[in-house]
Design a protein around this ligand. Sequence first.
Ligand code: NAD
Length: 275
Amino acid sequence: MPLEIELTDKVAVVTGAGSGIGRGAALAFARAGLRVVVADIDLSAAEEVAAAARGLGVAASGVGCDVASLESFVSLRDAVMDRFGRVDVVMNNAGVILSGLPEQIPLSEWERVLNVNLMSIVRSNHVFLPLLLQQGSGHIVNTASFAGLYTYSFDRLPYAASKAAVVQISEGLALYLRPRGIGVTCLCPGPVRTNIMKSNRAWSTGLDIRGPGPEFRMLEPDEVGEMVVDAVRRNVFFLPTDSAVTAKLIDRATDWEGFLQRQIQEPHIIVKGSQ
Ligand code: NAD
């Protein structure tokens, strides 16, 4: 087991932290004694979460940041460095979802989802990685999804593809960065009670919503936030929010044909024909 990392007074930046998992993680970092920069495209939500973090006794700022823009990331880095002079934890968490049949999702929507969910991490690495490498310490948390580990629905292909790519980028970064003193955690949440479905754009009507499986319960963002802090502290790479996902991955790896057939015959429908 690696040595635990001391987190008090370290500086964490979390994108998409105005709501849901990012909010839960930002407040969990604050409870662990880190100073936090709460970044979100919704500035007032970011400021509200920063105020809640200050209420927990740490310094915190809310920053407006659109992760689809490199300029916005550069401004975020400058804001963090001006305020705190360092950055220790970068959590790339902002993400968007959509639904629709493969032939009905416009190409522009593929580009939008890949730009926010995947290219945001490329932009983040571009601005923050040189700082972490120079320091020779730090930790990156990338929020992927169960949807990036195995496929349980055919109506969110851009989302699933973006999250699968996040898993691969995270693994490659871990190979590169661990020997350089920088940790990487790939957070793979199952269902979490957040606002993500409110921002869902639906491109087909009457589709059932499929979930990852009946064995997974819906978690609260605060529970996930605590898991993230623990993973950073212990330098854990793979962070599924439910360890039962491993059985799914073993099932697929040993019998991919059967796994696919079972998904077709027994889909886990969580909402019937609502979209
Ligand atoms: P959420 O909608 O509650 O929070 C997402 C936040 O990201 C919002 O505050 C939103 O304003 C912000 N955001 C959206 N676009 C942005 C942009 N371009 N720039 C900056 N901020 C932006 O959703 P959530 O469920 O907490 O999602 C957080 C991450 O968790 C996402 O990457 C999502 O894919 C992932 N995830 C969620 C679940 C789940 O069940 N909720 C499961 C697996 C993975």
